[in-house]
Design a protein around this ligand. Structure first.
Ligand code: ADP
Ligand code: MG
Length: 696
């Protein structure tokens, strides 16, 4: 994409309107080069085609008005700056309100002409309408004709205006020579795609909404196509038969492990283990994802698969996302498998604390003196090498990136089989994007004897009653969790009415639960303390555990059957579902109580979905729709580059097309040269991230 003189890799500095100060501010938005600016796609668009006269401004609709500014005043309320002004045209005047944008005071001047896009609401003080939700405004020169039409709106920080973005973008596009096409003509024709150069220009300044749709589709296609190509290449590499391991058929050891389980496998568990077993026996390396709702019993599949690899004379590794979980698995596995002569080892912060302990652990792994190693990220540290690694299991995969997965895979000379387990129900579209290189198995059936969890949403006013209920449950011999969104009050939370975990803990343990053993657990504690606290709770010594979301993943205490979630509106639905999955694991009736005082009706409706459905997939889809994949997975947790324009919901169709095209493209060896040029583009777009994935 480069042409002499104009280099997209050049700094964004000195693009029209961008000096050193603004360049510095743009860095916060990850905009450093001209390419970054070019692909800072509009967040949304405003239809500025119709101008509304001030007299005709309706209540509650987004409108575009132009007028002259007067009567600028400001005041401070609880540390918040409120700016008021009057906007007038030949038909009348209307009040304007800006919240918390103090910097505007130096910009807004009496007599100035302004173009405002915003929504009017009734204002008590003005006794009439006031535009209080100002989405954007542009300062117009005395006699400037405003550009009407479809106007881009960019994600920005407070100190960079939309005007700056629009001016810079216009100038950049004017100076930029036509972009070279990156897709083969054949794909453009069969997929009916707009040329890249036109799409890139149109996405910023579309002439019509239909042109915009086409431009977006083209750019989303590119993004998804490139990722799919990368994933296909990974898959192709691992499907080299010569490298894989054929595991033995299930023999005495697997049967003995099955016999030691305190329960029979459910139908789904049997089915999934059969699929895993078959994959493992096959010479092609296994790459399988097991998706199963919380509590569906995935761990036992991992256990059996690990036993199977040991039975074939190999070692297995099991990577868990947290210390607590690694410990929990370690204890369960040792108890079950110790009697069968299988040596289970733990590689965690505790074990790798001192050099001596660490080196001894590494030595045992390298000498095959342990058969199954359970660990955290400690497993992928340099220095860890396996004598004969036959199987790698990663639990709760979305916490690990694709890169980490493949790091573990390279810890031995063999090409180990790979099993990935996740309790986050990932919609199919997402599976294809993030896990495009994996086969998927589902566990839908829950183990027998589970009582459904009753979920109720309560307001803070009922808080006392709620805790009386919890107390009664504890007195009846059960245990409970209280989950809080924050650890301690941060600066920005000062005004908000949030009880962080520490305060909640103090309040409860000194108040209504004075005579009950309580404990506090949060992410910033050191691993040893966390482990000790968890241990006591698991043993039933602690009755009430006040925690942040560290308990979200996998913690298994069957006697805990009440959970209170404070400020539930602060959590995503999928996350609430995960949290809720910590109860309902035993034979007792379980309760999950969502405390929330949010008056926002969207939040209320969202929480009510929790009352009516237990279907994790449905909740995850809802969540993804509401919050987008970035939020859903947490930043960059999935290890793939963030999508800049494609949207895994809106663009399902495009995704499937991109996948088809990528499949054909990658299997046609003649295209490999072509791929080199695609990779240049990937490097431009994603830096090293993608090369790391594709190169190994
Ligand atoms: P998850 O899928 O969330 O990882 P776990 O593997 O932790 O679920 O299993 C949840 C609980 O269900 C554990 O206590 C486990 O011992 C139990 N369990 C698993 N499979 C069965 C089964 N087939 N019958 C009865 N209980 C089971
Ligand atoms: Mg689990």
């Amino acid at each position: 994409m480069s042409i002499s003189e104009f280099e997209l890799t050049d700094s964004v500095m000195y693009v029209k309107g961008i000096g050193p100060r603004k360049a510095e501010l743009l860095k916060k938005l990850n905009i450093v080069t001209k390419y970054d600016l070019l692909t800072h796609y509009p967040r949304t668009y405003e239809n500025h085609s119709t101008l509304t006269k001030i007299r005709d401004v309706p209540e509650g609709e987004t409108v575009l008005v132009i007028g002259r500014l007067s009567g600028i005043t400001s005041r401070e309320v609880r540390g918040l700056t409120i700016i008021n002004a009057i906007l007038s045209d030949e038909t009348g005047s209307i009040k304007l309100t800006w919240f918390n944008q103090k910097y505007l005071l130096t910009k807004l001047k009496t007599g100035m002409r302004l173009l405002i896009v915003g929504k009017a609401k009734f204002d008590r003080w003005a006794d009439g309408l006031a535009i209080s939700q100002i989405q954007s405004f542009t300062i117009l020169d005395a006699d400037e004709e405003p550009t009407l039409g479809i106007v881009p709106v960019y994600a920005s920080t407070a100190s960079i205006t939309q005007g700056t973005f629009r001016t810079a973008m216009k100038s950049l596009l004017t100076k930029m020579p036509p972009l070279k096409e990156i897709l083969p003509q054949e794909i453009l024709t069969t997929q009916n795609l707009m040329p890249l150069d036109r799409a890139m220009r149109a996405v910023h300044f579309p002439k019509s909404f239909s042109e915009l749709d086409e431009a977006r589709r083209r750019l989303a296609f590119d993004e998804l196509f490139l990722i799919q190509c990368g994933l296909m290449l990974i898959k192709r590499q691992t499907q080299d038969e010569r490298l894989g391991i054929s595991h033995r058929k299930d023999g005495a050891l697997v049967k003995a492990a099955l016999a030691k389980l305190p329960f029979d496998l459910t139908g789904d568990q049997k089915k999934v283990f059969r699929a895993v077993s078959k994959d493992m026996e096959d010479k092609l390396p296994m790459r399988r994802l097991i998706q199963g709702d919380v509590g569906s019993g995935k761990t036992v599949i991992a256990l059996l698969a690990l036993v199977k690899t040991v039975e074939s004379g190999l070692q297995g590794a099991f990577m868990a996302p947290t210390e607590i979980l690694a410990n929990q698995h370690y204890e369960k596995f040792s108890a079950l498998l110790g009697g069968l002569g299988i040596r289970v080892g733990l590689l965690s912060a505790k074990v790798t604390r001192t050099k001596k302990l660490r080196e001894e652990a590494y030595r045992q792994i390298a000498a095959q003196e342990v058969d199954i190693v359970i660990g955290t990220h400690a497993l992928i540290q340099e220095g860890v090498t396996f004598a004969r690694l036959g199987l790698v299991v990663t639990d709760e995969q979305h916490r690990f990136g694709v890169n980490q997965r493949s790091t573990l895979e390279k810890k031995s000379d063999l090409m180990p089989d790979m099993l990935v387990m996740t309790a986050t129900p990932i919609p199919r579209t997402m599976t294809l994007t993030v896990y495009g290189d994996l086969d998927v198995s589902l566990i839908k059936e829950l183990p027998p004897g589970r009582k459904p969890i009753t979920t109720t949403v309560k307001t803070m006013r009922s808080r006392k009653k709620v805790y009386e209920f919890v107390r009664a449950e504890i007195m009846a011999g059960r245990q409970a969790y209280v989950v809080c969104p924050l650890i301690e009050r941060s600066e920005s939370e000062r005004l908000a009415d949030i009880e962080p975990a520490e305060e909640t803990f103090d309040m409860l343990s000194r108040g209504i639960f004075r005579d009950v053993p309580c404990a506090l657990l949060h992410g910033r504690m050191n691993p040893r303390d966390k482990e000790a606290i968890m241990e006591k709770f698991r043993d039933g010594e602690t009755k009430l555990l006040v925690a942040t979301t560290v308990i979200e993943v996998g913690v298994d205490v069957p006697n805990a059957c009440v959970m209170v979630i404070e400020h539930a509106e602060r959590f995503g639905l999928a996350q609430l579902h995960q949290l809720r999955g910590r109860v309902g694991r035993g034979s007792e009736e379980s309760h999950c109580i969502l405390l929330s005082d949010s008056k926002a009706s969207a939040a209320q409706t969202r929480l009510e979905t929790m009352e009516t459905t237990n279907d994790g997939f449905k909740l995850a889809e809802e969540d993804l729709k509401l919050r987008g994949p970035g939020q859903f997975f947490g930043e960059a947790q999935h290890g793939l580059p963030d999508l800049k324009i494609a949207d895994v919901f809106r663009d399902v169709e495009v995704l499937l097309q991109a996948r088809d095209a990528a499949e054909k493209f990658v299997t046609d060896d003649e295209n490999l040269n072509y791929f080199a040029s695609l990779r240049e583009n990937l490097a431009l777009a994603y830096g090293d991230k993608f090369n790391q994935i594709v190169a190994n």
